[in-house]
Design a protein around this ligand. Structure first.
Ligand code: NAP
Length: 228
């Protein structure tokens, strides 16, 4: 495949390496120097591009999706911090008849963790003696807080009918790839569910596999639904 990398930062560079290792070609790299006002998203630049992979910045993600969709190019989006515009993005994808894979987290383990947390929340939803917390820590360069992954974990708890308060917290320090924790505490005991990312490689590999999967498809898809 010929891939456009949108957001050539820590993740974009890792995605480039993994895409090349898997036999793909990088046809375009967009970052703040050639796309700060979306000027890099032109029909000429995207000619022959099979998929765009966006790991950019929260304020650019939706504008990138709108313009790349209008060019008829499929996308994989990993940028977080824009999900309050999710309904609009779904509509953009559908009206342009393109394919898009979204996840706040492209690791297989975290997508299993979403389901594990949902099951725990379902079990404890009718047990008011258990109060819940949700916590994450990431490297200090991360721009959004709470992380998109933590927001999705809380959303999974809500969908599983856990409707009591969930106390949410975030920390930013050092170079931590990402740790997410959901806990339940009662007078008798504590349950702690924790996912720890060891490196960013798992996110990058998942995103490249998602780009391979979306080839020739249409519609809005969540990565977790693809892999499970
Ligand atoms: N879904 C997942 O699995 C996953 C995993 C890790 C990270 N993420 C998310 O992915 C995003 C990127 O993470 P990162 O760690 O790679 O951050 P990063 O190193 O800061 O990279 C972001 C890149 O986007 C560039 N950029 C700025 N404006 C842009 C524009 N208009 N168009 C295209 N690119 C633009 C930035 O340039 P400047 O730095 O020069 O402004 C930077 O090179 C974040 O939202 C992060 O939360 C998701």
């Amino acid at each position: 495949m010929k891939i456009a990398i949108v957001g050539y930062g820590k993740m974009g560079k890792m995605i480039e390496r993994i895409a090349l290792e898997r036999g793909h070609e990088i046809g375009l790299r967009l970052d703040e120097f050639n796309n700060s006002n979306f000027e890099g998203i032109t029909a000429e630049n995207f000619a022959g591009i099979d998929a765009a992979i966006d790991f950019s910045v929260p304020h650019a993600a939706v504008g990138n999706i709108e313009r790349i969709s209008a060019l008829g190019v499929n996308q994989v989006v990993g940028t977080t911090g824009w999900t309050n515009q999710m309904d609009h993005v779904r509509q953009v994808v559908e009206s342009n008849k393109v394919g898009l894979v979204w996840s706040p987290n492209y690791s297989v383990g975290v997508n299993a963790f979403f389901r594990i947390v949902a099951e725990a929340a379902k079990l404890l939803s009718a047990k008011p003696e258990y109060e819940a917390w949700a916590w994450e820590i990431h490297h200090s360069a991360k721009k959004d807080a709470p992380s998109g992954t933590l927001l999705k974990l809380v959303d999974e708890m809500r969908k599983a009918c856990y409707d009591r308060h969930v106390d949410v917290g975030s920390n930013r320090a050092g170079t931590i790839a990402g740790t997410h924790e959901i806990g339940f505490d009662s007078a008798a005991d504590t349950i702690t569910l924790r996912h720890t990312a060891r490196s960013r490689d798992g996110f990058a590999l998942g995103a490249v596999k998602a780009a391979e999967w979306i080839a020739g498809k249409q519609g809005f898809h969540e990565f977790g639904d693809i892999i499970f």
